[in-house]
Design a protein around this ligand. Structure first.
Ligand code: BGP
Length: 455
C-alpha cells in the first residue's frame, strides 16, 4: 500500500479543443478545423474537432461526475479562437460561457488549472505566420492579458503552454498537426517564437502582480541511449538537448545549453532573438512545472549521416523488441522514467514544485471490456496508473517535490487525428446519444482519492 500526503492533488486533465467542439457560442476556426476540412480521410472515422464530447452542453453533468469521483483538481483551458475569433474582437458570449463553466468547478470545490494554449492555434494566427510572427506573439500576449484580468480571481493556476514543442514537431516535421509538412528551418523558427511567447506572457503576469501560480506543462519523453556505445550516448545527449532538457532549460532557466548552441550553429539555426528578447527570456521564472509523461524515447546515432539539415537528423528513436508497448497507441510503457524525471527536476531544476499534468493509457474498442452490468472493466488502466504512481511515490521519497497527479483524461475526448479511436477517460462517452457513464477505474480512483492510498 502506498500512502500519499493529504495535500497531494489527485485529479485529471482535458483540453478546450478536445472537449468543447463548436457548441454553445460562436467560435473562430483553428488549424485543426482547417486540417480536417482539407484532409478528413486522415482523421479516424473521419471525425473532426467540431463535436468532440461537447462539454459546453454537458458541463454541469460532467463536473458533477468529476465531483463524484472526488477530483481535488483538474486542468482544462481557454480556446483562444473562441474568445477572439478574428484575433481582435472579443466574443462576449464566450466570456459568459467561461465564467459559468469555471464557476461550476468552483461550486464543486475542484481546484482549476487553465491552459492558454493547448495545440489550438486560431486559423488567422496561422495565416499570419504562426509563432514565427512577432505580430501573432503580441496578439497572444494581449489574449493572455485579457484572460488574466477577467478570470484571475476564479482560476487557481495558470499554464502558458501545453507541450509547447509538439505542434512544431508534428506540424513542421511530421504529419499529425497542421500544416503537416517537413521543414526543419521553419520548425526551429516556430519553436523560438513559442519560447518567446511563453516568456512574454510570464513577464506580463509578473508586471500585473498576479498571485496565483503560473507554470508550463512539458511532455518529457525522457531520453535513453539504446546502447552504451559512445556514439549512441552522444546521440542521446543531442536528442535530450533538442527535445527535453534543452527546451526546458530555455523556458525554465532562461539559458540555451552549449551542446544545443553548437549543433544549431553547425546547421545555421541560431535563434533570431533581439537583445531585448534575450533579456526577457533570461528573466523568466515559473512557479511550477507540469509534466506530461506517456513514454520514454530510446535513441541511437543514425548510420551514415549524409546531408542532415538539422541536429535531430543525426539521431533515430527506436522501441526495443523486448519493450512493453501499448499496442493501440504504439507507445512504450515504462513507468521507471518518472523516477529519472523526478530526480532530474530535483537536481537540475532547483527542485521546483512539479506535478504529473498528464499520464494515461489510450485503448481501442473498450466496448469489448464491458461486463454484463454494462460497466467497462478497464483493469488495464488501473494497473497502468498504479505502476506509475508507485514510481512517483519512490521519487517523492527521495525528496523530489511532486505535488500532484492528473490522469489523462477525465472523460473520453476527441484526440488529434485519432479522434475517438483510443479512449482515455475515467468516464465513457457514448457518441450516439452523448450519454456518460463511469468506467471501473473511476470507482477505483474515487477510493484512492478518499484515502490518498494506492493498493
Ligand atoms: C498529449 C496531449 C493530449 C492528449 C494525449 C493523448 O500529448 O497533450 O492532448 O491528446 O497526448 O494522446 P493522443 O490523444 O494523441 O493519443
Amino acid at each position: 500500500m502506498l500512502k500519499f500526503p493529504k495535500n497531494f492533488e489527485f485529479g485529471a486533465s482535458i483540453s478546450a479543443l478536445q472537449t468543447e467542439g463548436h457548441g454553445c457560442t460562436k467560435t473562430g476556426l483553428n488549424t485543426f478545423d482547417a486540417f480536417f476540412d482539407k484532409s478528413p480521410e486522415l482523421f479516424f472515422n473521419q471525425v473532426g474537432p467540431q463535436l468532440t464530447c461537447d462539454i459546453t452542453t454537458y458541463y454541469k453533468e460532467d463536473i458533477a461526475m468529476f465531483k463524484t469521483i472526488g477530483f481535488d483538481s483538474l486542468r482544462t483551458g481557454f480556446a483562444w479562437a473562441r474568445l477572439f475569433p478574428d484575433g481582435e474582437t472579443l466574443n462576449e458570449e464566450a466570456v459568459i460561457f467561461y465564467h459559468d463553466y469555471i464557476r461550476e468547478y468552483k461550486k464543486n470545490h475542484i481546484k482549476l488549472y487553465m491552459t492558454l494554449f493547448h495545440f489550438d492555434m486560431p486559423l488567422w494566427a496561422y495565416q499570419e505566420g504562426g509563432w514565427s510572427s512577432r505580430k501573432v506573439i503580441n496578439k497572444f500576449v494581449k489574449y493572455a492579458e485579457f484572460v488574466f484580468k477577467e478570470f484571475h480571481d476564479e482560476v487557481d493556476c495558470f499554464v502558458t503552454f501545453n507541450e509547447p514543442l509538439v505542434p512544431v514537431f508534428e506540424g513542421y516535421l511530421g504529419k499529425r498537426h497542421y500544416p503537416g509538412i517537413w521543414n526543419p528551418q521553419e520548425a526551429i523558427k516556430q519553436a523560438y517564437g513559442i519560447f518567446l511567447a511563453h516568456s512574454k506572457v510570464i513577464k506580463l503576469y509578473r508586471k500585473l502582480k498576479l498571485k496565483k501560480p503560473i507554470g508550463v506543462v512539458y511532455n518529457w519523453n525522457y531520453t535513453y541511449p539504446l546502447s552504451n556505445k559512445p556514439q549512441d550516448l552522444k546521440a542521446a545527449q543531442l536528442h535530450d538537448a533538442y527535445v527535453n532538457r534543452g527546451p526546458l532549460d530555455i523556458m525554465f532557466n532562461g539559458k540555451i545549453s552549449s551542446l544545443l548552441i553548437e549543433s544549431l550553429k553547425e546547421y545555421n539555426l541560431l535563434p533570431p532573438y533581439s537583445t531585448e528578447e534575450i533579456a526577457i527570456i533570461k528573466d523568466t521564472k515559473i512557479d511550477f512545472l507540469g509534466i506530461n509523461y506517456y513514454f520514454p524515447t530510446r535513441v541511437r546515432q543514425v548510420d551514415n549521416i549524409k546531408s542532415a539539415r538539422w541536429g535531430l537528423e543525426e539521431v533515430v528513436a527506436e522501441i526495443p523488441k523486448t519493450a512493453n508497448v501499448n499496442p493501440f497507441r504504439g507507445w512504450e510503457i515504462y513507468p521507471e522514467a518518472l523516477y529519472d524525471i523526478g530526480m532530474t527536476i530535483k537536481n537540475e531544476f532547483h527542485n521546483i514544485p512539479w506535478y504529473i499534468a498528464e499520464n494515461g493509457i489510450g485503448v481501442e474498442n473498450e466496448e469489448s471490456y464491458r461486463d454484463q452490468s454494462g460497466l467497462i472493466q478497464d483493469d488495464y488502466r488501473i494497473k497502468f496508473l498504479t505502476n506509475h504512481l508507485q514510481i512517483i511515490k519512490e521519487v517523492m521519497n527521495q525528496g523530489s517535490n511532486c505535488f500532484g497527479y492528473h490522469m489523462w483524461a477525465a472523460l473520453d475526448c476527441w484526440s488529434f487525428r485519432n479522434a475517438f479511436k483510443n479512449r482515455y477517460g475515467f468516464i465513457e462517452v457514448d457518441l450516439t446519444d452523448m450519454s456518460r457513464r463511469f468506467k471501473k477505474s473511476a470507482f477505483w480512483y474515487q477510493e484512492l482519492i478518499k484515502n490518498k492510498e494506492v493498493h
